[in-house]
Unconditional design. Structure first.
Length: 148
């Protein structure tokens, strides 16, 4: 899955912690989901302005493509964008990059299927219109598949 970073506007730094390491000195494979979650949460806060008092978000699916290992001293960041919007679900792509003197190297890509959720009713609900519009406006209408 080759990702074109020029399609991404949102980028957030990620800190690698010592506890993220496995016995071989690499970031443990399960930790990548946490990195994606940090990046998604920042994106929802900074760009989408998700109102957590009205609706929650649950994950329906996660996919990860490990391309290059990360180590404790790597400086990394995660790009995030919405790629598909349905009625109650939407897809978010993540690209983890290592920042090097020669530029950014893509190390990991991933996709999560996110579902707008009402915890009180215990069911999925339509994506709120303001958040839907912010995702579309920010992440380029031509780059988002709208299945609504």
């Amino acid at each position: 899955m080759a990702e074109n970073l020029s399609n991404y506007k949102y980028k957030t730094p990620i800190s690698i912690r010592f506890s993220d390491m496995d016995a071989y000195g690499h970031v443990n494979n399960a930790v990548y989901l946490t990195y994606f979650e940090i990046a998604r949460s920042n994106y929802w806060r900074d760009i989408v302005k998700w109102n957590w008092n009205e609706n929650g978000i649950i994950l329906g699916r996660s996919e990860i493509n490990y391309l290059k290992p990360l180590t404790l001293n790597d400086e990394i960041a995660c790009y995030v964008r919405t790629t598909r919007i349905g009625n109650s679900s939407f897809d978010v792509m993540h690209v983890l990059v290592k920042i090097t003197p020669n530029g950014e190297e893509i190390c990991t890509t991933g996709k999560t299927v996110c579902i707008s959720y009402d915890y009180g009713a215990n069911k999925s609900v339509p994506i709120p219109k303001p958040q839907r519009q912010l995702m579309i406006e920010y992440d380029e209408p031509g780059l988002i598949t709208n299945t609504h």
